[in-house]
Write a protein that binds this ligand. Structure first.
Ligand code: AMP
Length: 388
């Protein structure tokens, strides 16, 4: 089955055409600067497509040029927020689109773009089956004691303020692959998954289900990230608000100027590791803070899952930075975790074990592939919806 996977942001649209059975990518691309141009109508500067519909025309043309007249069977959308309603991927119809739209206030930067992408496809290919795959869905199994914030109940009931968690598609995919690598049925997998990219989150998995996760009401909570602060004392915001910072100032500071960037002046882990190795004290501090905070979460989640059977690293930093993995593992001595320096330093695209035979639990590197997971989920939903 050929599936077009769409990840639409407010001004960009990433796409892949995948052959689900073969597990291959036939073509992929990125349309940028949506809404920043005139689409090339000869009237001055051409910066980008006028809107998502025009971006989709460009995608269609690019696919056609690359692959000729192939027949797409379905479109899978990455949708950031599924709120409390969506616990799994769903076939999209008008009611589902409106339900995703109603969640816009919870993800004001992401869901409106997802809805624009869905509507653009509905207009262009009205008969094309479309599936929404939600970033939050895998975390719908969190128990209440993990998703509740200790604030007045009214904030939850009237405003939906609770932990939702994100990166769910990746955490679920990596959980399945880690269980397979360890020869365990996924229902018997208890472990901790660290998705460390420019955005980063860690999830506690018990019996194959998410039972806690570090991102919360928004993707800001939890770990130190490329440009996001992760956890901090909320009173700092009250303090700054009283000092005249506006909500927009706070938002920008916490989401765009903090994390590795705030501590080391650079949000790219490679550069921070290199700077630290050449003696930059700020970079060394940034790595210490970031690895320490992750180690604290891993310790906590080891308890949350009743004893992790594995620790798994994934995403850009988790898959590629042996230096950062070693810094984290060095702080996990109390759990009996021991990396094999040789295995840790090896570069590979395959899921693999990087701990010693004597390590109390195996440490794994499992490459994530959100597009593949979305394509597979889309094919599964479409196949089951046309089955007799
Ligand atoms: P992602 O958001 O998953 O693409 O991850 C982006 C992060 O991965 C950035 O901080 C990169 O610096 C980091 N990263 C990518 N490749 C490497 C590498 N070879 N070594 C260290 N960090 C890397």
């Amino acid at each position: 089955m050929l599936v077009l996977v769409i990840n639409s942001g407010s001004s960009s649209l990433k796409y892949q055409v995948r052959d689900v059975a073969a597990g291959t990518v036939l073509t992929e691309g990125l349309i940028e600067k949506i809404g920043m141009g005139n689409g090339g109508d000869g009237d001055g500067e051409i910066e980008g497509p006028r809107d998502h519909a025009e971006a989709l025309e460009q995608v269609d043309a690019a696919i056609h040029q690359e692959l000729g007249g192939l027949e797409l069977a379905a479109v899978g959308h990455r949708v950031v927020h599924g709120g409390e309603r969506f616990a799994e991927p769903v076939l999209i119809d008008n009611e589902i689109t409106r339900a995703i739209e109603r969640l816009n206030p919870l993800a004001p930067l992401h869901n409106p773009a997802n809805v624009l992408g869905i509507r653009a496809i509905t207009r262009k290919w009205p008969d094309m089956p479309q599936v929404a795959v939600f970033d939050t869905a895998f975390h719908r199994t969190l128990p209440e004691h993990a998703w509740r914030y200790a604030v007045p109940d009214e904030l939850y009931t009237n405003h939906g303020i609770r932990r939702y968690g994100f990166h769910g598609t990746s955490h679920e995919y990596v959980t399945r692959r880690a269980a397979a690598l360890l020869d365990l049925p996924v229902e018997e997998f208890d472990g901790v998954i660290a998705h460390l990219g420019n955005g980063a989150s860690v999830t506690a998995i018990r019996g194959g289900n998410s039972v806690d996760t570090s991102m919360g009401f928004t993707p800001l909570e939890g770990l130190v990230m490329g440009t996001r602060s992760g956890d901090l004392d909320p009173s700092i915001l009250v303090f700054l608000g009283r000092a005249g910072w506006t909500p927009e100032d706070l938002d920008t500071m916490l989401n765009r100027e903090s994390g590795l960037k705030g501590l080391a002046g650079n949000n790219d882990m490679r550069s921070v590791v290199e700077a630290s190795e050449s003696g930059d004290a700020k970079a060394a501090t940034a790595l210490a803070v970031t690895s320490y905070r992750l180690a604290k979460y891993i310790g906590g989640y080891h308890v949350a899952v009743g004893g992790a059977k594995a620790l798994v690293f994934t995403a850009g930093i988790g898959e590629n930075s042996h230096q950062f993995r070693a810094l984290v593992a060095d702080r996990l001595g109390a759990l009996g975790v021991e990396l094999d320096a040789g295995l840790n330093a090896e570069r590979s695209r395959d899921p693999r074990v990087i701990s010693t035979a004597g390590s109390a639990i195996p440490v794994l590197v499992v490459p994530t592939d959100e597009e593949r997971a979305i394509a597979e989920a889309t094919a599964a939903v479409v196949s089951s919806s046309v089955a007799p």
